[in-house]
Every structure is written in C-alpha cells, then in structure tokens.
Design a protein. Sequence first.
Length: 94
Amino acid sequence: MPIAVVSDFKDTDLDQYDKVIEALGYTPGGPGADGLLFHWATKTPDGLRTVDIWQDRETADAHAQAEIGPAAAAAGITAEPRVAYIDVHNYLTA
C-alpha cells in the first residue's frame, strides 16, 4: 500500500537539502529512487519539510537508512527528522 512520509528537519536550510539531492544524484524535476512515486520539499519557519509518496513503508525506510541518512550527515544535517507516516488512499501522476 502506498505511504506518505512527511519529514520535518529542524534547523536545516535549502542549501543543505540541495547538497543531499546532489549527493544522491537527483536533479530537480527528474526521477527519484526506485519505489518513490512523488516528492516535494519546502522551507518551514524552523527548517525544512519533505513530503514523499512511496510504494510502501519498507522501501521508504530502507532508502532513508542507506541513502538519505549518510547524505544528510555529509551535508551537515545533524538533527534527526520528525517523521510521520500516513496511509495513502489515492495518488495521481502527470
């Protein structure tokens, strides 16, 4: 079942986010990881928020641990994100 992953990174800025995206080999508007259906990011008053739709939670968690965590640490992101998982009823694509 698809899952939404909403992650809030306190004290994180868009430059750090861009470093993570670059380290992962992604380009804005391009494809993401296998199993990722949708992604967006925005600045918040106290940091950064990302919202992803994944095919399933296991794939999302595996990618976060193996790829995002190390890239985030290399970009200077030290705080653990606050993460919420939400079951997805429906999603649409272009």
